[in-house]
Design a protein around this ligand. Structure first.
Ligand SMILES: [Fe+2]
Length: 339
């Protein structure tokens, strides 16, 4: 006779555990997050609910590709990834299922929810400049970076990267497509070098004086601030952070988010997990793990860099609207040669 534990693991191996009477309730998460500290958080969910979590971790775009290939046979219940443009892409591909939850509606601000996925933490797209090369008043808004006075001074990562596409989508929403295309053309004309590297590379290049001004996500800057390495501290000293558009729309924010998948075999557990993500502990944990801010406003993280950076005016453009303009941002960047 097969022992129950063996049978359970056998069934799990065969992917038959879901809904099986002998098996523990399970939840399958595809996650683009991979911090060691996440373990404790997932463990806590299991302790609270008795639901065992199986995780597959991979790069953001790989996970979406994998879900598409798996189709209706996918064992995945939840997708966790970063950036509204990626979440929007997954949504457009029909990967997510709508979620109705009073807990999520109460906890997560409306602009950080769509009818499918939710944001559980936020990051800001900030401007970083070298005060020896550029005056602070020249770089207070995203729009300023297209000013011809900054010719040969601007650096960004690739225009096809989701972070920049989301920013472009926000600009389309606020300024219209025509003005955004003009902005993109002039931005490209101001480049100090062809886009290359990640956001941290742009910050370092600003500090080194290779670029006068750059765009980067806030957590990369906060990470350098929290670093104990002397060279990182020097970078922070030489590269000043600006919260863009404080007198107009507020600073463009982006998100880490999660959604229940359309073919989720464990839908009930999936909703429980999304609600768990909105809990105080999970909010604090997930946000702090990457120097981000919790989506639930009342939850505060204990992060020296974020505390030092202080508060700023946030652009509360709904994530759903932002997501809708991402394809247009891509077309505009293509025409403007922002690659
Ligand atoms: Fe990033």
């Amino acid at each position: 006779m097969i022992k129950k534990a063996v049978l359970t693991s056998l069934l799990a191996t065969l992917g038959l555990a879901a809904g099986s009477a002998v098996a523990q309730q399970e939840l399958n998460i595809y996650s683009a997050r991979h911090y060691q500290t996440d373990e404790a958080l997932y463990g806590d969910f299991t302790k609270q609910t008795g639901i065992k979590i199986n995780r597959i971790e991979a790069k953001e775009d790989e996970l979406i590709e994998r879900l598409r290939n798996e189709g209706a046979n996918s064992p995945a219940d939840i997708l966790i990834t970063v950036d509204a443009s990626r979440l929007a892409k997954a949504d457009e591909m029909g990967l997510f299922a709508p979620v109705k939850s009073a807990v999520l509606e109460e906890r997560i601000p409306a602009h950080l929810r769509t009818y499918t996925w939710i944001a559980f933490s936020t990051r800001a797209r900030v401007i970083v400049f070298n005060k020896d090369l550029v005056k602070a008043e020249q770089v207070q808004n995203y729009e300023d970076l297209a000013n011809p006075a900054l010719k040969g001074k601007v650096c960004t990562r690739s225009g096809s990267h989701p972070y920049n596409l989301s920013l472009g989508a926000a600009l389309i929403q606020h300024n219209g497509a025509e003005k955004t295309e003009e902005w993109a053309r002039n931005l490209v004309a101001n480049f100090a070098r062809n886009p290359r590297g990640g956001d941290t590379d742009q910050i370092r290049a600003v500090a080194a004086g290779e670029c006068g001004v750059a765009i980067a996500n806030s957590y990369y800057y906060a990470r350098l601030m929290n670093s104990t390495r002397a060279e990182d501290q020097k970078v922070v000293e030489a590269a000043t952070l600006v919260w863009p558009n404080q007198k107009t729309t507020g600073t463009h924010i982006n998100v880490s988010g999660a959604g229940m998948l359309k073919h989720a075999p464990n839908k009930e557990a999936a909703v429980k997990f999304l609600e768990y993500l909105a809990s105080d502990d999970a909010q604090r944990y997930f946000a702090d793990g990457n120097n981000e801010w919790p989506a639930v406003a009342a939850v505060k993280v204990n992060n020296p860099a974020l505390e030092k950076l202080g508060e700023f005016k946030v652009d509360t453009l709904p994530m759903s609207k932002l997501a809708g303009s991402v394809p247009e941002a891509q077309r505009i960047y293509d025409r403007a040669g922002y690659r």
